[in-house]
Design a protein around this ligand. Structure first.
Ligand SMILES: NC(=O)c1ccc[n+]([C@@H]2O[C@H](COP(=O)([O-])OP(=O)(O)OC[C@H]3O[C@@H](n4cnc5c(N)ncnc54)[C@H](OP(=O)(O)O)[C@@H]3O)[C@@H](O)[C@H]2O)c1
Length: 419
């Protein structure tokens, strides 16, 4: 492989693209010979640290250059990147992208397109950025039947939750995350779980061979979590994390993203700040944990460079895309049939019979209660319950009925407990 020189183009020279351009310059030629042919940007007048002759604002200069073997897409957003990737693959060029939005939207279609055109598509940086997790899941673990994959795959929300665990309010933690550049000015996709959902959709395809529709992935964010929830978590020897969880077992397949109360001894509880982690479970491997930087230009560029090496190796050996994707033969399970254990905090009137009414409502819906704590007196009375595992639909029916009881003033918080 050392002797052949591959020609490469980069779409985008922003935050990630500029780090990729630096890494391409620094690449050891004993490892791989690469010639940078073109860089696509909007504004060709800006200095990008490469010769001005390489800059173009016309995608066709790259698409129609038959000497270009390989293209890195780091434009951001779905359009025009999605159509660009399709056209490049159709021309037989290898594509590497860091774009989770595009892969979540049509990853399966693009992988097939790459195979049909005898080329390759790699996207390691699209999930957990700097942690090389997709390649082990696709290749090293291809012989394993995975039963569960779960992860902290959004660094912004994990940074906010960690700060709250240390005593910040949600608002203060979010504004510090924005000052440090961890959170966008509009943080909705990160804090409402949408970014983690896209990554969960990619993991679903690669680990289980299922491409769930976006709407089928139950998604709840962290914007309703309070300091008091963390106080309670601590009393229960737990913390709170935004977790993407994908299960595949005899009961079916389900992917979801929501905050969980998780035992402090669980490996995910130790993932702090903007770090990410992915846990893979299976009968033979028990539990594997991958953790590290889930964002940032340099870690993301590292994952992209790893993909560049894999793609060149593949182009050289004339193979098509990776191993065949896993094929799911089971049933999809809807979220309402998923069994969860629920932590519920209620403000109640401190009067006789309240607990009996609440327990009765759970009982009518076949939900059993694991523990109850009552605190405070008078109009400050608070009831905290943890249920045993029960189907989501039974839990949500119970909670709807309980919230309309006269004795219940407010359902202050609802959190699923990771069991
Ligand atoms: N930030 C992270 O930590 C991280 C981690 C993993 C994955 N990613 C992914 O990496 C990708 C790139 O993110 P980024 O933060 O580097 O984005 P960015 O800073 O906004 O950079 C985008 C670059 O693309 C160019 N561009 C955009 N649309 C274009 C068009 N239609 N024609 C020509 N050039 C165009 C821009 O040109 P100008 O400079 O001329 O405007 C800019 O150089 C995204 O898909 C993101 O999700 C990011």
């Amino acid at each position: 492989m050392q002797n052949k020189t591959f020609s490469i183009a980069v779409l985008g020279a922003g935050n990630i693209g500029s780090s990729v351009l630096t890494r391409l310059k620094e690449l050891d030629h004993n490892v791989l010979n690469l010639e940078l042919k073109r860089v696509l940007v909007n504004d060709t007048s800006k200095d990008r640290g490469v010769s001005k002759d390489l800059l173009t604002d016309n995608f066709d200069d790259i698409l129609n250059d038959d000497s270009i073997d390989l293209v890195i897409e780091v434009l951001g957003g779905v359009d025009p990147g999605k159509e660009y990737i399709k056209s490049l693959l159709q021309k037989g060029k290898a594509v590497i992208t860091a774009n989770k939005d595009i892969i979540a939207d049509c990853g399966q279609e693009l992988i097939t397109l790459a195979e049909e055109n005898n080329t390759c598509l790699y996207f390691e940086a699209a999930v957990a950025a700097g942690i090389p997790v997709l390649k082990p899941l696709i290749e090293s673990l291809r012989g394993e039947e995975l039963t569960k994959v779960l992860g902290i795959i959004n660094g912004t929300s994990n940074y906010i939750l960690t700060s709250m665990e240390e005593g910040s309010t949600y608002e203060d933690a979010l504004s510090t995350a924005q000052e440090l550049g961890y959170a966008e000015p509009d943080p909705t996709n990160d804090v409402e779980g949408v970014d983690a959902k896209y990554k969960a959709m990619i993991l679903s395809l690669l680990c289980f061979g299922v491409s769930p529709e976006s709407d089928a992935v139950f998604t709840e964010g962290i914007s309703n979590i309070t300091k008091e929830d963390f106080d309670w978590a601590s009393r229960l020897d737990k913390t709170i994390k935004l977790v993407a969880q994908i299960d595949s077992n005899e009961n079916g397949f389900n992917a979801r993203v929501h905050p969980v109360l998780i035992d402090k001894k669980h490996p995910l509880a130790a993932i702090r700040g903007a770090l990410n982690a992915v846990v893979a479970e299976g009968e033979n491997i028990d539990q594997l944990v991958f953790s590290g930087p889930g964002a940032g230009a340099n870690p993301t560029a590292s994952a992209i460079m790893g993909d560049v090496l894999s793609a060149c190796h593949q182009l050289n050996s004339d193979q098509s895309n990776w191993y065949p994707l896993r094929e799911y033969k089971g049933e999809n399970k809807s979220f309402e049939d998923v069994e969860s254990s629920m932590f519920i905090r209620l403000s109640v009137n401190d009067e006789p019979g309240v607990l009996a009414k609440i327990a009765g409502t759970f009982g009518e819906n076949n939900v059993s209660i694991e523990s109850v704590i009552q605190e405070g007196r008078g109009d400050k009375a608070e009831l905290v319950l943890v249920t045993h595992e029960a189907p989501e639909k039974d839990l949500s029916n119970s909670i709807n009925q309980i919230s309309s009881l006269d004795a219940v003033t407010t359902v202050t918080s609802l959190l699923r407990v990771y069991v």
